[in-house]
Design a protein around this ligand. Sequence first.
Ligand SMILES: [Zn+2]
Length: 168
Amino acid sequence: MSNDPKPLTDAYKRVTDALEFQSGATYEPQVDPAGSDEQIQLQKACRLLAACDYLYEQAFYGSVVEMAFGAMERSLESYMIAVLGSELSDFQNHTAVYERAATHGPISREMAQNLKALYANNRTDYYYDNAVSTEEIAAAMLDLARELHSFIVTHSTTHQFDHYCSCS
Ligand SMILES: [Zn+2]
């Protein structure tokens, strides 16, 4: 018998039920749940970027930085699944995507290592040094995530990522 408060264990149970669709399935707009893995990952990235725009306007700079990394990771994953034959299970942690990009592209090894270092530094600063994010950092991170996303959308000549992308 756990000592956790009942409201907490009840709330956790509701999450696991929802993950099993026991309470319905109202999907997020603009992400096709029947789509391929590469399509879904790319569309998640588009949605994260749209959320970043909204959160930036509301001055949630720390959240923008977190989600910008998510958008970059989903964008890279989409490319690697489609073009390199990667599987979602290849990306079990946040750094795996940058490490695979360093080896397989589509960005250079140097850029992939830079992004991985940015991610690691952000983790460390945000959680252990009480660093507070700034408007300038959020704006630069959002710009970086958008540039990477649009590079991936337009980079491949064999895969039509632009058909999936909902960014205007
Ligand atoms: Zn997009």
